[in-house]
Design a protein around this ligand. Structure first.
Ligand SMILES: [Zn+2]
Length: 156
């Protein structure tokens, strides 16, 4: 079925893990809003992030990317297919800068020990604070951080 959803026109059978500009919008005729595909897992590998790891990473990235990029971050959200996340950024921040800040979060938040290390995992701040997995989140962030490092070094 034809669809206007940008990601539906991507061939997911050949898509590698990585960091991609997925769609770009313009607000008020000039102001850029970009949606990036943070693909942790190549779909064809059929290895998915667990719901617990996804939720943990969602909290970490939502919190720390806003510390780094401020209100440039419009939203951070998991993909329902459990292979990655979308980060939506407004303004003229270059893609490389976004990647560098994501890498920094991967590096700084991948040796966590307990639930208290994850911002917002409380009954007041979250709909399901029991859904987390520190070990899996640490491992996924280390793996994705290594990939980002490689991608950034290839495109200097
Ligand atoms: Zn939550």
């Amino acid at each position: 079925m034809k669809s206007k959803v940008a990601s539906f026109s991507v061939d997911h059978t050949t898509l590698d893990s990585g960091f991609y500009l997925r769609s770009q919008y313009t607000a008020l005729g000039f102001y850029p809003i970009k949606s990036y595909d943070m693909r942790f897992k190549a779909p064809r590998a059929k290895e998915y992030l667990s719901p617990e790891a996804i939720h943990t990473i969602e909290h970490l990235m939502a919190h720390y990317l806003r510390e780094r990029l401020g209100d440039k971050v419009v939203s951070f959200a998991p993909m329902g297919c459990k292979t990655g996340f979308y980060v939506v950024v407004k303004g003229w921040t270059p893609q490389r800068r976004v990647m560098e800040e994501v890498l920094r979060v991967c590096r700084e938040q991948s040796d966590l020990k307990t639930q208290e290390d994850v911002p917002g995992l409380t009954v007041v701040q979250c709909g399901n604070p029991e859904l987390y997995n520190i070990e899996e989140s640490n491992a996924a962030l280390k793996e994705y951080g290594a990939l980002l490092e490689k991608l950034l070094s290839e495109t200097k």
